[in-house]
Design a protein. Sequence first.
Length: 581
Amino acid sequence: MLGAYLDLSGMDEAQSMALRRQQLGRDLRILHRYYTWTDPLPDSPAGLAPDTILLISWDGSAYAPVNNGSQDELIGRAADALARYRSPVFLRWAWEMNGDWFDWGGPRNGNNPAGFVTAWRHVHDIFVARGATNVAWVWGPNAGSVPPQPWNDMTKYYPGDAYVDWVGVSGYLTARSRRLDARARMWLSVDNLRVIGPLHGITAGGLRDALVRLHAAHPGLAAVCRLDRAAARWVPLCAAEFAAFSGRLVVPAGATADAVTHVLIDEPLGDRPLLLAVGGAFVGAKIAHAVGDGRIVNTLFPEIVAASAAGRTPRPPFPAPVRLPLVRALLHHFGRHPARLVAAGGISRPPAGAGAAEPWQPDVRYRSARSAHALAAVRGWRDRYAPGLSAAAVLFAAAPAALTRAGLPPKWPGAVALVDARRYLPAGGTVDGNFSWGQYLRPADLTDPRAVHAALAAELATGRPLAMLALRTARLALRPDRPATASRVSARPQPELTLTHIGRLDGYLDLPWAGPPEERRNISVPTTSGPEAVTVSFSELAGALYVNVSFHGSTFDPGRIATAVELLCRDPVGLVSAAAG
């Protein structure tokens, strides 16, 4: 039996089905959907063509709760729904039970295939008793048993002919890999790192299970593929391969936020797209920038954590991204106003520095702090003295002022600001992966919020960040390059400043937080781009401002960085007012 993939980029299910109908000249005979163990099953064929039969893959459960009757009410509701469905429907319950990657696998249930057979028959009998005789039962083992031992042979899980109508075996072809697009290759040497907590009920096992479920639902997603950095390719894995691979994606750490952070800093990703670390009530993620930019990371990471806590399948960040996003953004912004191309043509770069003189080794450090009052103070000052300014402009101006006050005046008259180029897409457009650009800003005064706001607004209006992203992408598509590794630093280093305003982290609000808000940690450590790089990021969580600074301790005094962060959290308005005065 051959199938047609429906999770098409930029399309919902109905649009994908319409396209396949046009290509095939008929409707699909079978439509396959996935449901978790606790999801309500459909009770009508609404939205399906008359000739289309629904195939439901319904998650299983550990055997004991099914066999002891504690899940009978849930099973009964599912049976009632499909009985009301009336039309024929295929039900594939607890598939790939002879693998070790699902909760319902024999290896996770005491190496007990007989327990699976009992559970299958119990579920089947409830459906028959409830009148769901329109259900055709599909038994779906994996082609290869994991572990490949006699007790785990697929035939040991067969419930019997009276309980099975169809057999469908899962087999995965994983030889085909795909090349990283140019926007992903642009960020191949960079990682995103975030640590949060304290949280209730997050365990290493739960996180691994969530990743396995994510892979089962979306096996081609970059976050669950192996990353071949040398070849710049994503390598998909079959279920058995990913089950083994997932053991390397979650590691233990000490029971503090800083212990989790240091594990992630010190552990190279290698061929892993991401690495999760758990210690005590804290959890962190180090995600290759090739997987996606900050927008993706701050959607994917909390979703994995939330899914782990709830025992469900994580949802991908943007399930229906637009096709050719860069082309669409360029046409949308410049197509209607070609004159903008002239204004966007000037290349803005930081000034070149003097040659590096001293031997140098990387030593990634960070400083993280929270302020409950700083954002309110910034917004109050803005509303009174500079209406129309963004809070980001005030914070961006306060950062170099704080560094200067701490004895670390920035090297450049400007700073690099990370810009999300999704703003240039047509309304409703979304992009998976990377769509950000680091744009150098040169305001009249880097410590004046009005000047910073004006410079940022002018850059955004011209579309220069989008144009630069397009040029860099085109260059990489034509001539791949490799980032140089620095080994020397200036004798008198000064911060080369990068600023990023992440905004509200709404995706983290509903996580199972433990303790009061003032105890929450939200640590971010983006990869620094050179010996003198200092990255300052601002984010908002539950009304509080979080300031995170990453730098190299082999270049700058951590004590001075700590002083700058303290100044930013204590009185950002005072910093810009003093600078202006």
